[in-house]
Write a protein that binds this ligand. Structure first.
Ligand code: SF4
Ligand code: SF4
Length: 174
């Protein structure tokens, strides 16, 4: 099975598991997913400014060159809960499969944890200490929100399914 087939099967499996959630748990999962999205928006707002944008544009997105396993089951759940259409990754080249010629396929509030919480030293070096502190406080909050969503979905799917999306299908096959 190639990566594209694995992606298709894994996302379909998550969607099926999500659709089969009992109503009360489904409502909790939706609420947890919405909280993650809002927290990501805040992190992005904190990280984005004119100077950082200029630095990132001149760098060309070095930090997006490798990202195959960034997307997790929890990230797919946020797409499902928020009614967002899933994209088609590009596994046919040696770069992050979620990157196209305009940048990340996902808008900031839908990007994986590792991506939305990463700023290299060139960017973070521009920030005053209060901003760095607030960013990492919000990062810790986001981590807890992920844990909550993974726990809720894990009650249905099992703890060993809290994994990168490309591994989800393997768990189903066991
Ligand atoms: S965060 Fe750093 S490595 Fe990533 S695009 Fe911006 S300047 Fe480049
Ligand atoms: S998922 Fe998006 S933000 Fe993350 S590394 Fe890939 S292209 Fe960059």
């Amino acid at each position: 099975m190639n990566d594209y087939e694995r992606w298709e099967r894994a996302t379909a499996a998550v969607a099926a598991d999500y659709a089969a959630l009992p109503p009360m748990l489904l409502a909790q999962v939706d609420e947890a997913a919405q909280a993650i999205r809002m927290a990501r928006r805040e992190l992005h707002r904190l990280a984005e400014d004119r100077e950082s944008t200029v630095i990132c544009a001149s760098c060309g997105g070095e930090c997006c060159m490798r990202g195959k396993y960034h997307v997790t089951v929890a990230d797919i759940l946020v797409f499902l809960a928020e009614g967002e259409s899933l994209f088609v990754p590009r596994f046919d080249r040696d770069a992050c499969p979620y990157l196209d010629s305009h940048g990340c396929i996902m808008e900031p509030s839908l990007r994986p944890f590792t991506c939305i919480t990463f700023n290299c030293e060139r960017v973070e070096g521009l920030w005053e200490s209060e901003r760095v502190e607030e960013f990492y406080r919000r990062e810790r909050e986001l981590r807890k929100l992920y844990e909550n969503l993974e726990r809720l979905f894990g009650e249905r799917a099992g703890a060993d399914r809290r994994i990168a999306i490309l591994g989800y299908d393997h768990v189903l096959e066991r």
